[in-house]
Design a protein around this ligand. Structure first.
Ligand SMILES: Cc1ncc(COP(=O)(O)O)c(C=O)c1O
Length: 441
């Protein structure tokens, strides 16, 4: 029977009211990332409950690459997530937040010896091995008891091509991530781990991000389950864990209609359990969403600095609205042409006329953030605008380009108060890494 999708998702993205936006901008300055704690906790609870309802032996990890701010990692852990880290840096954040190493797992396609050693020293929950060089390196590092106690999961490339931007598509055969199933690499990796006496815990795949059509994840789940059955039949190995990665999409604009968490979890569970049925494999099933847990809980507040209308070829005139941030706090429009929902928040948008404008940042690049969008016709310099759904892959991808200070992040607490969870970078920090050799002083 085909899997039925229930009604489309309502717009439940976090937005600020005018008064709170003005208060936050006055206290913390702009640009400012703002995350709503209640919204974030609700997203996590909804996902956890949906997955648990569909499958008892389920586990959700926050993909901390989406937003590794310490307070948010801690909230996710408090809510019952384990933490997916993709580097020593992300692991250090989780540990500093008070998450035990055993509740984290480590990803990476080129993990360094020191990085692996650091993870082992901190009792990492499991390591997701990506390539043959890493397996051999692990064999050197897993000395004594560690060989039995350290769980190893193999990242598989199931060879599915998801419908998403090429730069966030990872499950296809031509990818730097994981062991290809079809060409026999995955089987070789599994047999090598068994031969070396590793504690092979199971298999993982992550096929891509911002997936509005779940077919690629469904098919990834099916393929890794089939692979687990093959490993049982051919090598007598029983996988205890299967992880289908993250990837569930979010509503950047109203055009984005991702599958709801409940439907998505039921689809994944139904796929994997149907595939495994009768095999005797009864794994813990994992997911590691990032974007779908945190993107919609965050927004960015900017102040309009300049409004300029210029001649434009096909349309006659174009109005540029320059805000006090840009490429350095949100590189996604430049990287993937990402679209966002942009609203004036203070003064509150009236019901009056709108104009089509292009919002640009202040960087020495074209730095077009949001092209040809509608904002109120009476938009003025000094107005505050909010860009929705920036909780994931914004702060985490921020840079110092043009030597701008990375913005602060404020958390709206459940009790209505607010606090900073990341302060704006200081000028001292900005300059502290530069070294002037004596002869240049
Ligand atoms: C291995 C892995 N897991 C999980 C994620 C999280 O994906 P998303 O934020 O789309 O849920 C990613 C994203 O790149 C990833 O590479």
């Amino acid at each position: 029977m085909p899997f039925m999708i229930s009604s489309p998702i309502a717009d439940s993205r976090f937005r600020l009211t005018e008064s709170v936006a003005v208060e936050l901008a006055n206290i913390y300055g702009t640009p400012l990332y703002v995350v709503d704690e209640a919204h974030f906790r609700t997203r996590i609870r909804t996902y956890l409950n949906a997955f648990r309802a569909a499958y008892a032996k389920s586990e959700i990890s926050l993909a901390s690459k989406a937003n590794s701010t310490m307070a948010l990692v801690k909230i996710a852990y408090q809510e019952g997530c384990t933490i997916d880290v993709a580097s020593e840096g992300e692991l250090r954040v989780a540990l500093a937040a008070g998450v035990p190493g055993s509740k984290c797992h480590l990803h990476g396609n080129n993990k360094q010896r020191d990085e692996l050693q650091f993870a082992l020293d901190n009792g990492i929950g499991h390591i997701v091995a990506d390539n043959f060089d890493e397996i051999e390196l692990l064999d050197e590092l897993l000395v004594g008891e560690l060989k039995q106690t350290t769980k190893i999961v193999l990242r598989l490339a199931p060879g599915v091509d998801p419908a998403t931007h090429a730069k966030i598509s990872t499950g296809q055969a031509d990818t730097k991530f994981g062991f290809n199933i079809a060409d026999g690499s995955a089987e070789k990796a599994a047999t090598r781990c068994l031969e070396l006496g590793f504690n092979l815990y199971g298999f993982h795949c992550h096929v891509g991000s911002q997936l509005l059509d779940p077919e690629a994840q469904r098919s990834g789940g099916e393929l890794i389950a089939l692979f687990a059955i093959e490993m049982l039949k051919k090598h007598g190995y029983t996988a205890e864990y299967l992880n289908v990665g993250g990837g569930l999409g979010v509503q950047y604009t109203s055009k984005d209609q991702p599958m709801g968490m409940e439907d998505y979890c039921r689809l994944i569970v139904e796929t994997v359990t149907t595939t495994l049925s009768g095999s005797g494999i009864d794994p813990v099933l994992g997911q590691e969403p990032g974007r779908s847990l945190v993107a919609e809980s965050g927004l960015t507040l900017y102040r309009v600095g300049v409004i300029k209308t210029v001649p434009a070829q096909t349309i006659g005139r174009r109005t540029y609205v320059a805000v006090d941030g840009g490429l350095s706090d949100n590189p996604r429009p430049a990287l993937y042409g990402s679209k966002y929902t942009v609203e004036r928040v203070a003064p509150a948008p009236n019901e009056g006329d709108s104009q089509t404008v292009t919002v640009s940042g202040k960087h020495c690049e074209t730095d077009k953030l949001f092209e040809d969008i509608a904002l109120p016709a009476d938009l003025k310099v000094g107005d505050l605008i909010q860009v929705l759904c920036t909780g994931a892959y914004n702060a985490a991808m921020a840079s110092n380009y043009n030597r701008y200070q990375r913005p602060a992040m404020a958390l709206l607490r459940e009790d209505g108060t607010h606090t900073l969870i990341q302060r704006r970078e200081t000028w001292e920090e900005m300059l502290s890494r530069d070294l002037l050799p004596d002869d240049l002083k």
